[in-house]
Design a protein around this ligand. Structure first.
Ligand code: PMP
Ligand code: GLN
Length: 383
């Protein structure tokens, strides 16, 4: 995690957002929205601060938020959760992932199977646990794993199969066949499933199906989500993890020494968000789908090959059709060339697999329409 000179290596997101700030380029790199979330959610946080909800909340999370999370899992997925035993509030999905992996990994003999490319914290946290990272590639243009490769990756050494659906960075939504196979393999090899579903409400041809709702999955699955994407408040860092009581207790044991508890005034606000009417949830995915289409057509007009996302904030484009051979160089030059920042897919892969992803670039669609239109005009200069 350190650079050769001993300094902390910035994440690709910090690096690319700094590049955008320095050059004044449009930031389609780091995935965060450029508009605030629902006013009624923001207002509850404001009122909570004004009304003295400013001290340590309970370690598992404030009871009404635990209840709202349980209600949400029932309303959307038909899951029946005990709010006090099956739910834990965390500092975003990032802490949920770290606490879950630290809790479940026993030692260096354990393996964690992840789909590659992967969200950057996965490999970093697996490294902190000392376990071995085993990757299953997702290949351009559909980014669905090959079931044979998945079967070969999961063995009796596998402690955790780590899923992310909808998937960052590729925008893939996994097939039911793949989900069933993950559950089957977890049973066969007595592995646990951790599933990161922070984009659960940002699927374009829904509905989203959580692995935990599939037959035989619940007892060995921890499901992670977060307020950031659904309510456009990525800076609030309220996440949650749901699953069987014995696994949640193991995660809580670690979590209490990582952050102890999380932002009190945000918790009632997120409870309000989770209880928003169905129309809100339908609207956020439709709006983002339109933005994905706008971004996709801008990228095509600019000469990229595009793999349109099925979910998430992101869409992948291949810059090979523009003559690029190295997306890393391409992305570093892009702000100066046309005033747009994007992220090379090589930032999300193991060093051994860099060449397979060498010309692919991730663009974020979670920006205002006017910003995406401006980006399309700028990118057209590449054609
Ligand atoms: N998982 C995935 C797949 C993500 O894209 C992100 C980024 N937002 C996170 C986890 C981290 O979420 P949070 O900000 O809630 O920690
Ligand atoms: N999840 C967002 C992304 O993938 C931002 C993550 C971050 O800045 N750590 O771009």
């Amino acid at each position: 995690l350190l650079a050769p000179d001993g300094s902390a290596r910035p994440t690709i997101f910090a690096e690319m957002s700094a590049l955008a700030a320095r050059t004044g380029a449009i930031n389609l790199g780091q995935g965060f929205p450029d508009e605030d979330g629902p006013p009624e959610v923001l207002e509850v946080a404001r009122a909570a601060i004004a009304n003295g909800v400013n001290q340590y909340p309970p370690g598992r999370g404030m009871p009404d938020l635990l209840l709202a999370i349980a209600e949400h899992q029932h309303r959307f997925y038909g899951l029946d959760l005990d709010p006090q035993r099956n739910v834990l509030v965390t500092a975003g999905a990032t802490e949920a992932l770290a606490a879950a992996l630290l809790a479940l990994i026993d030692g260096p003999q354990d393996e964690v199977v992840v789909f590659e490319p992967y969200y950057d914290s996965y490999a970093a946290v697996v490294a902190l646990t000392g376990a071995r990272l085993v990757t299953v590639p997702l290949r351009w243009p559909h980014f669905q794993p090959d079931l044979e490769e998945l079967r070969a990756a999961v063995t009796d050494r596998t402690r955790v199969i780590l899923v992310n659906d909808p998937h960052n960075p590729t925008g893939a939504v996994f097939s039911r066949e793949l989900q069933d196979e993950v559950v089957r393999l977890a049973h066969l090899h007595d592995a646990l499933i951790i599933t990161d579903e922070v984009y659960e409400h940002l699927v374009f041809d829904g509905p989203h199906v959580p692995i935990a709702s599939l037959p035989g999955a619940w007892e060995r699955t921890l499901t992670i989500s977060s307020c950031g994407k659904t309510f456009s408040v990525t800076g609030w860092k309220i996440g949650w993890i749901t699953g069987p009581a014995r696994l949640i207790d193991a995660v809580l044991a670690v979590k209490q020494f990582l952050t102890y508890v999380n932002g009190a005034p945000f918790q009632p606000a997120i409870a309000t968000g989770l209880r928003m009417p169905d129309a809100f949830f339908g609207e956020i995915s439709r709006t983002l789908r339109d933005k994905r289409d706008l971004l996709g057509s801008g990228l095509r007009s600019a000469g990229f090959d595009v793999s349109l996302a099925a979910g998430s904030y992101f869409t992948i484009a291949d810059a090979a059709s523009l003559g690029a051979t190295d997306a890393d160089e391409f992305c570093r030059a892009l702000p100066e060339r046309v005033g747009v920042v994007a992220i090379p897919l090589t930032a999300f892969v193991t060093p051994e697999r860099r060449t397979e992803y060498a010309t692919l670039v991730r663009f974020a669609a979670c920006k205002r329409v006017a910003v995406l239109e401006d980006a399309a005009v700028r990118l057209a200069a590449l054609a």
